[in-house]
Design a protein around this ligand. Sequence first.
Ligand code: ZN
Length: 318
Amino acid sequence: MAPDISGLHHVTAIAGDPQRNADFYVGTLGLRFVKKTVNHDDTGTYHFYFGDGEGTPGTNITFFPWTNQGRDGHFGAGQTQDTAYLIPEDSVEYWTERLDSHGVTIERTERFDETVLQFEDPDGIGLELVAADAETDAVPWADSPVPEDKQLRGFYSVTLAVPSVKPTAELLTEVFGYEHEATEGNRHRYRSAAGGFGSVIDLVETDDEYGQMGVGTVHHVAFRAEGVEVLEVFRDEYLERGLRPSEVIDRVYFHALYAREPNGILFEISTMEPGFTVDESVDELGSSLALPEWVEDERETIERQLPDFDGPTIPEGE
Ligand code: ZN
């Protein structure tokens, strides 16, 4: 048996313009630019990581900015609908005003007795801030434009849109160690029994057509695991269930195992170690282009081919 999953590790999505993407996540949401690297499977594309003050697993939303025209995706079934960050319970007014002053349109709702601010990033990716008294391992970032007591505190949940709840729910409960907690309308809430931060998965049953992966959609959702050996255990469990896992892959900052869950959403399971300080100190995180050692001798070519990007901008006076 695989050990229980404690929560989310990271969420990876497809952005358009890299500058606009970084300006939003750092300048508006106040996350730290934790790592500037390239997509290991396509070194002509950046891979950005935004997270807490130390890039703690469970706080990082990551992006492949696709700058070529005509690669827009569209949201639909078999995709991640929303990625939710936890905010302090007393910061709803702060975030409402901050997002409004940055030109972001918000919808405020109540869900399972918690206040949720819903909005989209500049590429149309669904985001939420959930005001809750929930566990967090997030480390504040002193240089954020957002005061430390208002900062995002790591993931709260992801909402997955699925044609049928049952097969995804079975994977979560039978393999990952999640439990059904509550249902509100067509939203079914599952929570990790191990109960770390980012431990909530909401499954929303939808009649929508399948989505198309591309700019403005989430590429995959990653869960935390303790060690490489654990990934091999999950790999065996996937195979037993007829899923088609990847091999365990070295992603420099973690090891990763990929498989599409039964409704087609790409799940990754990633190790906590070695983390983002493997090639930069905490102080230096995100300050230079980090490349995996196996392409280091192609650095000049890679840097020349990457799109223009000056690093995230923090608005003046913040
Ligand atoms: Zn990933």
